[in-house]
Design a protein around this ligand. Structure first.
Ligand SMILES: C[S@@+](CC[C@H](N)C(=O)[O-])C[C@H]1O[C@@H](n2cnc3c(N)ncnc32)[C@H](O)[C@@H]1O
Length: 292
């Protein structure tokens, strides 16, 4: 890992994290996905007693944090919550007894411009088919974006554009691997805020809170409107520990200040390889010291 200098006392050391060495466990390539944050997540969850606790991810998306936590036995179990019906269909199918069906549907589908368009024109009636279409969209839409209006990757020479993110065997492996630990993962289709509220008094849970970005959310997600002050108010009331991530917006910094939360910036690279900073927010972030 390459080490670069600290910028100020409120920044996390900018170890340029090599995402290539982090196991990719999600079937999604998720806009705003947190694979790059995994080394910090391990540190956060690796503290005493966390292994006995339950992780709740109220805005699960591609679920990389819950998956990593369960696969690496950093927590005893995880609960993922997601409002998007298409993303939810994928989790419901993988965590039910239908993971094999989904894996086989993926490996037996031949991606061509015609086959993809034909699938997208049909309305999916079953949860199974809805899950398959969501995975296909996530792989062939530009940036993996599932929000309405997202464009397809260009077909390209011999279909290479459209096929550039379609790895059926890899997807099959990931889906079947998740199915093996399904007894340790609960999935709830619904409102993450409601699930936080229901679990606010529990000391045996840890919340990883990664809501839609305040700025880019509308372009990236079907459900991007969220009551940010309510998230902060709930986090302040939670008996369990939490870690939040946000885009660096002044509205978010002032909400954190009002709640007396600690804020650190962490450098990351966007999918377009631009450098940007995101905020880590917690009641205390002293565990980050061991990153130095
Ligand atoms: C920043 S993304 C989460 C990305 C995730 N951490 C990952 O690594 O893939 C935010 C997610 O919150 C979902 N969402 C938006 N409003 C929600 C709500 N009220 N309850 C649950 N999920 C919601 C969006 O659909 C989106 O998938």
């Amino acid at each position: 890992m390459q080490q670069t200098a600290l910028t100020d006392k409120n920044s996390v050391p900018r170890n340029a994290i090599n995402v290539a060495v982090i196991p990719m466990r999600s079937p999604f390539r998720y806009a705003g996905g947190k694979t790059w944050l995994i080394p910090y997540i391990r540190l956060w969850l690796n503290r005493k007693r966390a292994a006995l606790k339950e992780l709740i991810e109220p805005f699960a998306g591609g679920g990389i944090v819950s998956l990593t936590a369960v696969f690496e036995k950093l927590v005893s179990r995880a609960t993922m919550v997601e409002r998007d019906e298409d993303v939810a269909a994928v989790w419901q199918i993988i965590l039910s007894n239908d993971a094999k069906w989904l894996a086989n549907r993926i490996t037996s589908f031949e991606v061509t411009e015609e086959s993809v368009k034909a699938i997208f024109e049909k309305e999916s009636v079953s949860t199974r088919e809805r899950a398959f279409v969501a995975i296909l969209k996530n792989r062939v839409n530009r940036g993996g974006i599932l929000a309405p209006g997202a464009g397809l990757l260009k077909f390209g020479e011999n279909g290479k554009g459209l096929l550039s993110r379609w790895y059926p065997q890899t997807l099959k492996k990931r889906i079947l691997a998740i199915a093996l630990v399904k007894d340790k993962i609960d999935f709830i289709e619904g409102d993450g805020l409601k699930v936080m509220e229901e679990n606010a008094n529990r000391e045996d849970v840890m919340f990883f809170i990664d809501p839609p970005y305040t700025k880019a959310g509308r372009r990236l997600y079907k459900y991007s409107e969220i009551d940010h002050p309510a998230i902060f108010e709930l986090a302040a009331r939670c008996a369990g520990d939490f870690l939040m991530t946000y885009d660096d917006a002044s509205e978010i910094r002032s909400l954190a200040k009002r709640c007396n939360f600690e804020v650190k910036t962490v450098a990351m690279k966007s999918t377009h390889h631009e450098k940007k900073t995101e905020l880590l927010i917690g009641r205390t972030l002293d565990w980050l010291q061991s990153f130095v």
